[in-house]
Design a protein around this ligand. Structure first.
Ligand code: C2E
Ligand code: MG
Ligand code: MG
Length: 575
């Protein structure tokens, strides 16, 4: 058997492994090689556990070779002890000294082992003290990543012109929060370590084909990772890497007996096309990553001019919305809800309108999604509640009030004091809670925490009505639906759009109506546009209707006149 180990001097030592002395010097040469390898791997930010495994593995090979050559010699026992010592690195032991037998029989190796560990310890301590590495995954952290990526980009710019592009990848995990919440932070951290290892494996596997040099891999924060490739062959190639990353992360992770399914949303930005600074590339990759996430996650997205434009519109809308809140540019429209049985007005839904100084009236679908993404929905929602409270307060004092429903976005519930402040707004205006109805979308209703459910139940116990909006578009957990404190379910317009002409649509609506009645809730049919639709819905057992067939949303004055007229004509019909 011949093994070839290059010592520090670069000579092949295999042939020398014949005598005991030569054997020891061979081992020392091997040790030198592995020390150098270790130092290199540490410097190149390889995971500590991987380094430990490589070191221990390589030494074990060496030790077992030597031990098999001279099984009973003291030097073989010393090498076996050395092997055990090195294996202990795997469990994190970088502090115990070299075993006594090694010190006695191979003082040079013992000294080298001790000094290696001292060096590695101090490198790790230095790196951590400098705040350069993420303590969980041992990957470079955000600060370190930026500094290194900046350096690499700078070298590129100074390099030969016309070279192939650089690429920035942003990897954000899908459903990581759910794992953290359900399995705990310790398992969440383990999962992050496993993700980091998979990222390294993919990058290493792809290295030869895609990039000339090892990319920087880093953990930016939470479940966000990033990779920077100084030069790549082409955009197609980096998209292939992204696909492999998405696939690698979509494979289940075994976490102490739990099989965990997550995914990765990946954004890609190229330099120089999408940015010439690390900041602009990170921004572009982040925007692309959000797009991948909004498309359902588990996929990648390459930054583009179209995305840049959409992002600019979003930023502009966000700025304009902040000003709109300050300048009071919103109004509420009210759309009546009628009983399908008696034709009476039973209430109204408040729908926001933005009276834009330049564009005129803007409908909610053009700004509510941005408000939700940016968090401004919190302030807008507060305004809606204050406005509904003040309007209902005035009606109530006149002795002429009926119920008003308003929409609540999931983001509004993120603020812990939402329910307390909302209740206070109505108390301040002397409005009984029986005059309000809160509408939550189906997905929001299914995802709210137990705490929020308790608050909703308390509101309902105090007289407020609770509705699920746009039912039939999200996913519903039927057990949750049954257990939820709920009064009304509003069918999504897409469910009823074709009921006049399509038998299947009628069958579906009838089944949904039965299901909702089965859990003890009333049904509101929304966006009813024709008398024929209203007749079918009535026959199916729907109680309430809201739609253009009876009335469009109106501002308060017009609404008051409309309801007065409706009440008078209703009274005339009954008389
Ligand atoms: P939504 O809560 O489901 O409101 C019903 C939407 O259907 C309203 O659109 C209403 O004008 C429209 N609609 C009513 N009847 C008909 C009809 O017969 N045919 C058709 N095609 N449409 C009808 P709008 O006012 O544009 O609001 C759209 C969405 O914006 C609302 O859907 C709601 O999700 C959101 N939104 C409106 N106001 C607020 C608000 O104050 N806060 C929040 N968070 N979201 C709001
Ligand atoms: Mg609604
Ligand atoms: Mg709706």
């Amino acid at each position: 058997m011949q093994i070839g180990i290059r010592g520090r001097n670069g000579m092949k030592d295999g042939a020398a492994l014949k005598t005991s002395n030569a054997l020891l010097s061979g081992a020392a040469g091997g040790a030198s090689f592995i020390f150098s390898l270790t130092a290199f791997l540490y410097i190149t930010e390889f995971n500590q556990q991987i380094v430990a495994s490589i070191v221990a593995g390589a030494f074990c090979l060496l030790v077992s070779y030597v031990a098999s050559e001279r099984p009973n010699s003291e030097s073989a026992r010393a090498l076996a002890a050395l092997g055990d010592r090195l294996l202990a690195v795997e469990s994190g032991d970088l502090t115990s000294p070299a075993p006594e037998i090694v010190v006695r029989t191979m003082p040079a190796v013992a000294a080298a082992v001790d000094s290696l560990f001292t060096e590695v310890r101090s490198s790790i301590d230095n790196a951590h003290a400098l705040g350069m590495y993420d303590p969980v995954t041992s990957l470079p952290n955000r600060l370190h990543f930026r500094a290194e990526a900046n350096k690499l980009l700078g070298e590129r710019v100074r390099g030969p012109a016309g070279q192939s592009p650089a690429a920035m990848l942003f990897v954000d995990l899908d459903r990581f929060k759910a794992v953290n919440d359900s399995l705990g932070h310790a398992r969440g951290d383990q999962l992050l370590i496993m993700v980091a290892n998979r990222l390294r494996v993919v990058v290493t596997a792809e290295l030869a084909e895609v990039a000339a040099r090892r990319p920087l891999v880093a953990r930016l924060a939470g479940d966000e990772f990033t990779q920077f490739f100084t030069t790549i062959a082409s955009a197609d190639e980096i998209e292939r890497v992204a696909r492999r990353i998405a696939l690698a992360i979509s494979e289940p992770f075994e976490l102490q007996g739990h099989s965990v399914d997550i995914g990765a949303s990946i954004g890609i930005a190229l330099s120089p096309d999408h940015g010439v600074s690390i900041e602009s590339l990170m921004r572009a990759a982040d925007i692309a990553m959000y797009r991948a996430k909004s498309l359902g996650g588990g996929q990648h997205c390459l930054f583009s001019d179209e995305l840049a434009h959409e992002h600019q519109v979003k930023v502009d809308t966000e700025k304009a919305l902040t000003e709109a809140v300050q300048r009071g540019e919103f109004l509420l429209a009210l759309q009546p809800q009628l009983s399908l049985r008696t034709g009476e007005v039973t209430g109204a839904e408040a729908l926001i309108r933005w009276i834009h100084p330049r564009d005129g009236m803007r409908m909610p679908n053009s700004f509510i999604p941005v408000a939700e993404q940016t968090g401004i929905i919190g302030e807008i929602g507060d305004w809606v509640i204050a406005e509904v409270a003040s309007m209902l307060g005035a009606w109530h004092r006149e002795g002429n009030a009926h119920r008003v429903a308003f929409n609540v976005s999931p983001r509004q519930l993120d603020r812990g004091d939402f329910f307390g402040r909302m209740r206070q707004a109505f108390v301040d205006q002397g409005v009984p809670l029986s005059l309000i109805e809160l509408e939550f979308t189906e997905s929001a209703a299914m995802e709210v925490s137990e705490n929020v459910l308790r608050e909703i139940a308390a509101l309902r116990a105090d007289g407020a009505k609770i509705a699920i909006d746009d039912f039939g578009t999200g996913y519903s957990n039927l057990a949750r639906l049954r257990a939820m404190p709920l009064d009304r379910v509003k069918l999504d317009p897409s469910l009823i759009a074709d009921i006049e002409t399509d038998e299947k649509a009628r069958v579906v609506v009838q089944a949904v109506v039965q299901l909702i009645h089965g859990v003890g809730c009333e049904i509101v049919a929304e966006a009813v546009e024709t008398v024929a639709q209203a007749d079918i819905l009535r026959a199916m057992g729907c109680q309430t209707v809201q739609g253009y067939v009876f009335a469009h949303p109106m501002f308060e004055d017009e609404y008051r006149t409309w309801t007065l007229n409706a009440e008078r004509s209703g009274a005339r019909k009954r008389a």
